[in-house]
Design a protein around this ligand. Structure first.
Ligand code: HEC
Length: 200
């Protein structure tokens, strides 16, 4: 065999090998439905969290897919989601954080002071809800699925009363129409939008 033939057959073997490898890689199970561009990390330990754990459902909505990919919560300012978010917040959070997230046993969530500055962004807030923080702030991934968490987050952002410049979750158009939350504003059951009314 000449040297050049030898190289040819060697590269044929290599090509076959890498084709087989590519097949093997394709056959691997997906990393999970999140197809995530974003790694969600525990607020306290910094460990990457598995978003497949916890309450089933609420993982294949356009909002959750967008959020896992971009960190952008498209429920912000959607009144149908705010209506749901309020109800979920009152069930799961207000006992410790206050009716208006003004703070009680847990800290206020309606101003621009955060114990964990990552909570200024929705990815950080989601991570805190998912994995918890210290002491009485346990993980909430058993009572809320990811879609419901986005609704709660939208409501918490809606309760905000601080300066608009610190409202990093709003886009420029939303910043222009921002008004601090006033008590007594609720959204009717038939409010149109992306979020269906919660089951009763
Ligand atoms: C049993 C009481 C309790 C419940 C219920 C509870 N929290 Fe908390 N939460 C706390 C306490 C206490 C802290 C402070 C923990 C710390 O500093 O690590 C906290 C901290 C937080 C923080 C961090 C705030 C910051 O300044 O960085 C966020 C965000 C938060 N909670 C959101 C929620 C949401 C949303 C819910 C409902 C899904 C909820 N909590 C339910 C007690 C609670």
């Amino acid at each position: 065999m000449t040297v050049s033939k030898r190289i040819l057959s060697l590269s044929a073997v290599l090509a076959l090998g890498s084709a087989a490898l590519a097949g093997a890689v394709r056959a691997q199970p997906q990393a999970g439905p999140q197809e995530t561009g974003i790694v969600f990390r525990n607020t306290i330990t910094g460990e990457a969290m598995d978003l497949n754990e916890g309450k089933p459902g609420g993982r294949d909505t356009p909002a959750v897919k967008t959020f896992f990919q971009t960190g952008k919560n498209i429920y912000i300012d959607d009144k149908s989601c705010l209506r749901n978010g309020e109800s979920l917040f009152l069930t799961s959070c207000s006992g410790c954080h206050g009716h208006l997230a003004e703070g009680k046993v847990g800290p206020g969530l309606n101003d621009n002071y955060w114990t964990y500055p990552a909570n200024t962004e929705d990815v950080g807030l989601f991570s805190t809800l998912w994995g918890g923080a210290n002491g009485m702030m346990g993980p909430h991934n058993e009572d809320l699925n990811p879609d419901e968490m986005l609704q709660v987050i939208a409501w918490i952002r809606h309760l905000y009363t601080g300066p608009v410049k610190d409202a990093l979750w709003l886009n420029d158009a939303q910043k222009k129409t921002y008004t601090p939350f006033k008590e007594g504003e609720h959204f009717a059951k038939d409010t149109p939008g992306q979020c269906k009314p919660l089951a009763e």
